[in-house]
Design a protein around this ligand. Structure first.
Ligand code: ZN
Ligand code: ZN
Length: 152
């Protein structure tokens, strides 16, 4: 991978919610971006896709990610069991762009580009100024996660 904006990252792992699909990525260059395009919004059900692009030959898979050919230039991988969106992949590139929210490891994420800026939702700009509230877990009603790693 030889693209503008790459940084070297340590090994990292990730998975879907149910754990049927897991991946591990060997250390090396990565390109971190945020994509606001309309297709990423729909594919993630979210305002944007935070993406971590790495070479395919550094990835070790456990389980099988089903893919959807979302356009003539790209496919998107997801878990067929729990529906978690896992990656975006350009057909003519030997790289995979992981959805950063599926990464287990506490990684450094410094996006070098806001791609698809024409579709960036206006409310995204103001989020940093919105009041914060941590997750509330009542002592008598603990949340029992069915995700395999509880989001570590
Ligand atoms: Zn799954
Ligand atoms: Zn996109």
């Amino acid at each position: 991978m030889n693209q503008k904006g790459c940084i070297d990252v340590d090994t990292f792992q990730g998975a879907c919610q149910c754990g049927a699909v897991k991946y591990s990525v060997a250390p090396g260059p990565a390109r971190q971006t945020v994509c606001h395009c309309r297709m990423c919004q729909r594919a993630t059900g979210n305002a944007f896709a935070p993406l971590m692009e790495v070479d395919n030959d550094r990835i070790t898979w456990t389980g099988y990610a089903k893919t959807f050919r979302s356009s003539n230039i790209a496919e998107r991988g997801f878990c067929d069991e729990c529906g978690t969106p896992l990656f975006y992949r350009m057909i003519d590139r030997d790289t995979t762009e992981f959805m950063a929210g599926t990464i287990d490891t506490d990684i450094v994420f410094h996006p070098v580009e806001n791609y698809g800026a024409e579709s960036r939702l206006s409310w995204v700009f103001g989020l940093a100024a919105v009041a914060e509230q941590e997750t509330v877990i009542p002592a008598d009603q603990p949340i029992v996660s069915h995700q395999f790693d509880h989001g570590s």
